[in-house]
Design a binder for this molecule. Structure first.
Ligand code: SF4
Length: 64
């Protein structure tokens, strides 16, 4: 499982970084979240799914 952030939707609310701080970070320059982890997020599935649910604009999408 991997994740993508739609930077057109992301509004830097940072909820994702609270739910999964090792996976998501908001770039102070761009004001957009990005993924810190390369490769599969399977071992972090629970926190990543919480981040998806916590994003108020639905900007995080899970992929295979
Ligand atoms: S919670 Fe959603 S809108 Fe907020 S920083 Fe994360 S991806 Fe962006």
């Amino acid at each position: 499982m991997r994740a993508e952030v739609d930077t057109m939707l992301c509004k830097a609310y940072a909820n994702c970084t609270f739910e999964a701080p090792e996976v998501f970070e908001v770039d102070e320059t761009t004001g957009k979240a990005h993924i810190l982890v390369e490769g599969s997020l399977e071992s972090r599935r629970d926190e990543v799914e919480r981040a998806v649910d916590a994003c108020p604009v639905g900007a995080i999408r899970l992929t295979k």
